[in-house]
Design a protein around this ligand. Structure first.
Ligand code: GDP
Ligand code: MG
Length: 279
């Protein structure tokens, strides 16, 4: 029997497919998601209580509605609700890779970070304190070198044994211009079952502010709510344009990067000259 589904997600070239191959060997098949050309890769791994299905999701930098890859990845996570997600990170560009991690955490998905390519990182004379990263971000972190099968099984075990059972969305601050309207929108959304049964309320509010067309369509089922949400979003967009010459979606990106750099500043990345050139 298949006892769990674990998804692999991350930026393009982080090593997802290498890790997928290492886990599933030849027990895999490749197809397409219905109606689109995005590849769907699935495989199976033997685990003590039965088979675990592993899905290699398309690589993405973000979870907007701008590309098929991003929509496939986020729809899979939201609608299929895998028991765990291994977020494969290229350790040599940690800051950029964490931008997607934060977005998974904002949905509330139980993420396990596979800090991949630590061999390449060490070859550059750098080291990531994975315990510190794990405690600052409140996620399990496993160091991997997928190309040499290192840490791969540990990453799967960590994802299967993730302590978080229900979604627990991360709420980061988007500053004085967006937080109040996000709160107002979230309160409105929380009263609507047809939305909250599938989506985390604050995530919907955030996506609405970011002008996500797919999310905006969801609200068309309730025209009064849709109008109120649009009014609020238009007001805050006008305010941002007038006072800051920017748009809510750029403010959101800035605060996400701010959140990440505040974590990285706390001694996560260290330079180790003695390691240089050894790996
Ligand atoms: P994907 O786009 O996330 O599926 O990434 P791939 O699995 O295709 O890997 C991208 C490249 O990184 C390939 O050339 C891999 O051989 C290489 N790669 C994968 N894992 C590692 C690793 O742990 N260390 C190093 N140095 N290279 C890796
Ligand atoms: Mg791939």
């Amino acid at each position: 029997p298949v006892i769990a589904t674990i998804a692999l997600a991350g930026n393009p070239n982080a090593g997802k497919t290498t890790l997928f191959n290492s886990l599933t060997g030849s027990r895999q098949h490749v197809g397409n998601y219905p109606g689109i050309t995005v590849e769907k890769k699935e495989g199976y791994v033997d685990t003590p209580h039965g088979l675990t299905r592993v899905v290699d999701l398309p690589g993405t930098y973000s979870l907007t509605a701008y590309s098929q890859e991003e929509l496939v990845a986020r729809d899979f996570l939201i609608h299929e609700r895998p028991q765990g997600v291994i977020n494969v990170l290229d350790a040599t560009s940690l800051e950029r890779n964490l931008y997607l991690t934060v977005q998974f955490l904002e949905i509330g998905i139980p993420v396990t970070v596979a800090l991949n390519m630590v061999d390449a990182l060490e070859a550059k004379g750098m080291r990531i304190d994975s315990d510190r990263l794990a405690s600052l971000m409140n996620v399990p972190v496993v160091r991997t070198v997928a190309r040499s099968d290192k840490g791969v099984r540990e990453a799967l075990d960590a994802a299967m044994n993730h302590p978080q059972k229900a979604w627990q969305p991360l709420h980061i601050s988007y500053g004085p211009d967006l937080d109040p309207v996000l709160k107002e929108m979230t309160d409105l959304i929380e009263a609507r079952d047809f939305l909250t049964q599938t989506y985390p309320p604050r995530w919907l509010a955030l996506k609405f502010l970011e002008n996500d067309l797919v999310v905006r369509q969801l609200f068309e089922a309730d025209s009064e709510l849709h109008r109120d949400m649009r009014d609020m979003a238009d007001n805050v967009a006008r305010h941002c344009e007038k006072t800051l010459k920017t748009q809510p979606e750029f403010i959101v990106a800035d605060y996400r990067y701010g959140y990440i750099s505040s974590i990285l500043r706390q001694g996560v990345l260290t330079i180790q000259p003695d390691l240089q050139g050894r790996a």
